[in-house]
Design a protein around this ligand. Structure first.
Ligand SMILES: [Zn+2]
Length: 142
């Protein structure tokens, strides 16, 4: 588990939520109702019953990312392409949020890269392994 023992991942995420004036709500919907955000009200609604393989922490980090990038997508007319782009961006940013917590500053990028599978396992990011590798890859691609 993380090196920074002074705070839990939930404390860390709640701090981001508070700083950005976001409200986190939990509901019990059906297993088919995904988590959603209301960008105007800056509310994240997590459905405790939603059937997903992702960790609770990643789900929150993903939804936080939607709200933090909100101004770039301030439209209701998402085409399917831009919607999937927004999802990919939220996945990437969500991974970055969790990586900032999980990997301490003193670790080299190479050390982070070598621990990527432990990170993926901790936050149940298996389906997004390619994105985790994009975020953690120590070789900068221009
Ligand atoms: Zn999303």
């Amino acid at each position: 588990m993380p090196m920074c023992a002074h705070t839990t991942v939930l404390d860390y995420l709640e701090e981001i939520i508070q700083i950005n004036h976001i409200t986190l709500i939990h509901v019990s919907g059906t297993i088919y109702d995904p988590d959603v955000v209301n960008s105007q009200k800056r509310v994240i609604i997590i459905n405790r019953s939603f059937q997903t393989s992702f960790s609770y922490y990643f789900r929150i980090a993903h939804e936080i990312s939607h709200l933090l990038s909100d101004r770039q997508h301030d439209t209701y007319n998402f085409s399917q392409l831009s919607k999937s782009t927004a999802e990919r961006q939220a996945n990437l940013q969500g991974i970055k949020i969790l990586a900032d917590y999980y990997f301490t500053d003193e670790q080299s990028q190479k050390a982070c890269w070598e621990r990527r599978f432990a990170f993926i396992e901790t936050f149940k990011l298996g389906p997004l392994t390619h994105l985790v590798e994009k975020v953690l890859n120590p070789i900068k691609k221009q």
